[in-house]
Design a protein around this ligand. Sequence first.
Ligand SMILES: [Fe+2]
Length: 163
Amino acid sequence: MTDKPENAPSSPACLAHEADDAYMGFASREEIAAFLNELLEAERAGTGVALRSAQAAADTPFGDLLRDVHHDEAKWCAMLLRQLKTLGAPASAKVGAFQEKALAIQDMRERIAFLNRGQAWVVRKLGEMLPKVRDDVLHRDLQEMLQAHEVNIERARVALEKA
Ligand SMILES: [Fe+2]
């Protein structure tokens, strides 16, 4: 009888790889999976808020903006699900609490300002994680997500200023 647990990873190379990642300051697979799921819940909430708000504000200067934000948020949900699948990690089915909080705000201007603060939180989280992501494809996707969020934040800011 050996003292090796039955479910020990079969490839020592994988373990060495994980240890190297941590040593080099890169996030572990578990940290990345938790991060992607946190973002997934947030983007799902963003998708719901933008969709419901686009419907409510269809005939206002915010209609186009909210439809575009809805399209983007849904796109990032799909990307995050794809990356979780690539990692072999289970995807959260939750919707972030942000959705309920945002939809409780009746004034559309205030709601869009709140949505923008949520988007800024996503930008901050992405900025913190990007230097710790070693995988090139994931890094590129998250970088693109960060930049697209910055574009939408600015668009919303300008729309609020004009309206
Ligand atoms: Fe977002």
